[in-house]
Design a protein around this ligand. Structure first.
Ligand SMILES: NC(=O)c1ccc[n+]([C@@H]2O[C@H](COP(=O)([O-])OP(=O)(O)OC[C@H]3O[C@@H](n4cnc5c(N)ncnc54)[C@H](O)[C@@H]3O)[C@@H](O)[C@H]2O)c1
Length: 695
């Protein structure tokens, strides 16, 4: 029987993007409705579907009963699942997928949109202006005002981060308190909700809707608030009593109400808040941006696909009976431990500071290691970075903490040549990529060649950042050691040379295409990772000390290039570019050398502004961006819909990082971080105290 899905979310359906192609590619029968649907509407449809891909539709007990026995999965497009009878769905064995961590930025921006629109009376003044009435109303600054955030979850935190930039005083109330975040962002903890409500100039509601928050803002709680308080509600309509808010707006007790949500959506045309002063109501668009819809829709679709394929979703809101057991025994999906970014970065920074690096270098290093972990680059996370530094860096003079980059003379305006003087690679690479972007803005293309470098870890991170900003970026770096045997050769004279390109394709497919190659079949980082995990190498990847092929990670001494003479050619590119800049002999790299010889690595960076390549003669009147999209669609059409684009794996990993709300590490990796903590005198992370997440 064909899988039948009920799709109700309108932003999903109305926003173009790859989620639509992904859904289409599954060949399911998809019935499209315009939600949010009431219980009656859902009951009229229920019974004929295997799954719901839903928004805020009423999925009540009665709807679930009528949907059974066919209904097997619910994939909520979004984070709030208050319209779903979660307990009943759980008792009936129906998993509920949802999308945490993909729309907090968007909703936080909307919160500030409403806040500033109210305090500066923007909508009111704009309406007067276009009616020919040049009315100059006086508003208030938000700087220095006390902001109270109810619910310091993902959105609440994003609101707080932005409040810092506006110079606001910050306090919050949450039943689950994140002291680490509060300390870092100077957020005062309100012990009770009453304390928050009675002490703020502006209140932002960012909590979930449940029995503890329904009707939280009512006549009584409003009476305790400061006169003229501004309330912003981007959470759920039922958290406030609209009638009580309306009365307080009329009396002036509440100075302004900005809401993206109402208790009934769409509301009746005579809703009580449509005739109140200083009120702005938007139509539940807080998470509706092209960027956020893409992320959310991809995640909701992927959750549903995983359900159908009997795999774990990226995020599930309920735990089914027996599933907890399965969590610990399941063979599918690896178990990860979730480490907060700040906790990770503090440890990594401490480790670099402990080894004598400057604060700026330690920051660059931790920021880069965080990025590697975020994108799932487990071969090149902080463990590898510090290991590399230990083997070839600060302890043996291969890297010089605090070194200052020297700009060398160059007569070409779009080009720069630097002497890094063995400065930490991550610091140099961030600066070089930034400079390339500046040059590309000016000359269409920019390049920075760097001599006397210490390895920068993972080229993909730098090019992804540039692509996210709209540029085409490339980098390569000579490897720390010659470990790869050239095609038809016997002795390792080449490195596992990285080539990283990224293209700004996020508007076409939701993520940048990243071609991030190391030129041997596996890298030494991968060998070390597999050794740590007790896993074998792929065949044809390595040879042992006697030159014999091996799949034993512990025996691997040298690696083999992929793709025979072509892969070998790719290995040569870095060596030739490095040779042109000032590169050392590959077999001397990172080793003790005779005076006069060099043993350092080299970096090369190049950034192109897409406009600098635009011939403007696109078929069918397409723009450059549309043409890129059309080309990718053609490549992935014709039955290729399920093909993987390079960059998808990194994008999936970033989605999982977002869903887990922290960086993901295996148990073995957590233990390695324990050694790093030991080295710099910090407590090791407690495995038992870390949340787990299965990918
Ligand atoms: N306007 C929109 O388009 C839009 C989009 C996304 C989410 N939302 C709403 O925003 C809410 C928050 O989203 P999020 O991603 O930050 O979720 P989240 O789960 O990360 O955060 C919710 C926070 O509310 C806290 N909380 C629970 N009960 C509380 C109580 N009684 N008092 C105070 N805090 C309490 C939780 O501990 C948690 O920290 C969602 O539940 C949803 O209703 C609205």
């Amino acid at each position: 029987m064909t899988t039948r899905i009920l799709l109700t979310t309108t932003s999903y359906q109305d926003t173009p993007g790859t989620h639509l192609d992904l859904l289409e590619s599954k060949g399911w029968e998809v019935v499209r409705e315009r939600g949010p649907l009431s219980e009656e509407q859902m009951l009229a449809l229920a019974g004929e579907f295997d799954g719901f891909l839903c928004g805020d539709d009423a999925i009540t007990r009665a709807v679930i009963d009528k949907s059974l026995p066919r209904l097997k999965w619910i994939s909520k497009y979004g984070i709030g699942i208050d319209k779903i009878d979660k307990a009943y769905a759980t008792s009936k064995g129906i998993p509920i997928g949802f999308c945490p961590g993909v729309n907090h930025t968007t909703v936080a921006e909307h919160t500030f949109g409403l806040m500033i629109a109210l305090t500066r009376k923007i909508v009111e003044v704009a309406n007067h202006t276009c009616q020919g009435d040049w009315k100059r109303l006086t508003g208030n600054e938000i700087m220095g005002k006390r902001l109270g955030v109810v619910g310091m979850g993902r959105i609440g935190k994003a609101v707080i981060e932005r409040a810092i930039a506006f110079g606001m005083e910050r306090c919050a109330f949450d039943v689950c308190w994140d002291q680490e975040f509060a300390s870092k962002h100077a957020v005062t903890r309100c012990e009770t909700i009453e304390e928050l409500l009675s002490s703020c100039d502006i209140i932002s509601l960012n909590c979930v809707l449940d029995e503890s928050t329904v009707n939280l803002v009512n006549k009584q709680t409003i009476s305790s608030m400061r006169d003229g308080v501004i309330i912003i509600n981007c959470a759920r309509g039922e958290i406030v009593n609209s009638q009580d808010i309306a009365e307080a707006l009329h009396s002036g007790k509440i100075g302004g109400y900005g809401a993206d949500v109402l208790e009934v959506e769409p509301p009746p045309s005579n809703h009580v808040l449509f005739s109140t002063p200083n009120t702005i109501i938007t139509s539940h668009i807080g998470s509706r941006t092209y960027e956020s819809v893409q992320r959310q829709a991809m995640m909701a679709t992927q959750n549903l696909i995983n359900f159908v394929d009997n795999k774990r979703p990226l995020a599930q809101a309920n735990v089914l009976p027996g599933q907890e057991q399965a969590r610990t025994t399941a063979k599918d999906g690896e178990l990860f431990f979730v480490v907060r970014r700040q906790v990770h970065n503090e440890l990594v920074e401490s480790a670099y500071l402990h080894r004598g690096y400057s604060v700026a270098e330690a920051n660059a290093a931790s920021r880069f290691c965080e990025m590697a972990a975020e994108y799932g680059i487990r071969t090149h996370n902080a463990i590898k970075a510090l290991h590399l530094d230990h083997l070839f860096g600060s302890s043996v003079g291969g890297c010089v903490p605090g070194a200052e980059i020297e700009r060398l003379p160059c007569r070409f305006e779009g080009s720069e040549i630097w002497n890094a003087k063995l400065k930490l690679g991550q610091s140099v690479a961030f600066d070089a990529m930034q400079r390339c972007m500046e040059l590309a803005d000016r000359y269409g293309i920019g390049q920075v060649s760097v001599d006397n470098t210490f390895h920068y870890l993972w080229g993909g991170g730098y090019v992804i950042e540039a692509a996210m900003k709209g540029y085409i970026a490339y980098t390569n770096c000579t490897a720390a050691l010659a470990e790869v045997v050239p095609y038809l050769g016997k002795y390792p004279t080449l490195g596992t040379n990285p080539h990283s390109w990224a293209f700004p394709t996020q508007h076409a497919i939701g993520f940048p295409i990243v071609i991030d190659w190391a030129t041997s079949t596996v890298s030494m980082g991968r060998v070390q990772q597999l050794k740590r995990e007790g896993k074998p190498l792929p065949p044809g990847a390595a040879v042992d000390a006697h030159g014999n092929p091996t799949t034993d990670a512990a025996q691997a001494v040298s690696l083999l290039p992929f793709g025979a003479h072509k892969g070998y050619g790719l290995s040569l590119i870095n060596e030739l570019i490095a040779a042109l800049i000032g590169g050392s002999l590959p077999t001397l790299r990172s080793r003790q050398v005779e005076p006069g010889e060099k043993s350092s690595t080299n970096f090369y960076f190049q950034v192109i502004h897409p406009e600098a390549m635009n011939a403007g003669l696109f078929a069918d009147g397409r723009s450059q961006a549309d043409n890129v999209k059309a080309v990718i669609q053609d490549i992935l059409g014709h039955g290729n819909e399920n093909c993987l684009l390079p960059g998808q794996i990194e994008a999936n990993a970033a989605n999982q990082t977002a869903a887990a709300n922290g960086l993901l590490f295996t148990e073995a990796e957590i233990r390695s971080f324990g050694e790093i903590a030991h080295e710099c005198g910090r407590p090791a992370w407690d495995l038992d105290a870390l949340r787990t997440f299965r990918c």
